[in-house]
Design a protein around this ligand. Structure first.
Ligand code: IMP
Ligand code: MG
Length: 211
């Protein structure tokens, strides 16, 4: 891992006296000794998908999506916070123009035994009416979250509405929900990393691991 720090006396690594020059940086002395983020999480033994497997699958999905939306505008709505990494990788891999909005979804499943209770914040989802909208989420489990998102977005009358998720726990589904683009189908274990959390921990891991 390469870690860079601003040179001494130039708080942002920028030498204001010589604006035309490339900002001066120096290597952080301790950088080579820092443990990787992965190594810090020693309890998370099992890697489900490596960085390389994630990268390859994101490329494949973006190829499909690029072909399907050729000649049409595309508005991506990312579901915060878990799909931040996946969305960032996917829309860059698309190598085409997109617009981007976001939703915040909070699920209170732990307090309701049999029924999903999903709260959605939609003020930043962008202009959806008559647009081709692709919702991007990290993982689909019971299906309540995407079901709620579909209901809310359909009320705004998009031209088309599709869903992409990186992981699908298909065995856990409680409401029928077909996802248009799936990275990987997985068993019903709790996974973290690549944006996915466990009580807000481990989102920063760059592989996907089983807890
Ligand atoms: P659903 O409403 O049951 O489909 O749950 C979907 C949401 O629950 C996802 O968007 C995630 O935020 C969260 N979730 C479900 N399973 C996992 C997991 O294994 N790891 C991390 N988050 C998960
Ligand atoms: Mg989520």
């Amino acid at each position: 891992m390469r870690t860079w720090a601003p040179a001494a006396g130039a708080p942002h690594g920028f030498n204001h006296a010589k604006r035309w020059m490339i900002p001066r940086f120096r290597r952080t002395p301790a950088a080579g000794n820092l443990p990787s983020v992965e190594a810090v999480s020693l309890k998370l033994e099992e890697i489900l998908f490596t960085v390389e497997e994630i990268r390859r699958r994101v490329e494949e999905l973006s190829d499909l999506i690029r072909a399907d939306y050729e000649g049409r505008d595309l508005h991506v709505v990312t579901v915060m916070k878990g799909s931040l990494f996946f969305t960032a990788d996917l829309i860059r891999a698309l190598r085409r123009r997109v617009t981007l909005g976001c939703l915040i979804a909070s699920s209170y499943r732990e307090r309701t035994v049999s029924e999903g209770n999903v709260e959605l914040l939609t003020q930043e989802m962008g202009d959806v009416k008559d647009r081709h909208v692709l919702v991007v989420d990290d993982i689909v489990d019971t299906g309540y979250t995407l079901e709620k998102i579909r209901e809310v977005l359909l009320a705004h009358e998009p031209a088309t509405l599709k869903f992409a998720v990186f992981l699908d726990k298909v065995e856990m589904r409680e409401v029928a929900f077909d996802v248009d683009y799936v990275g990987y189908t997985i068993r019903s274990k709790w996974v973290v990393g690549y944006g996915l959390d466990c009580a807000e921990q481990y989102r920063e891991l760059d592989s996907i691991r089983v807890i």
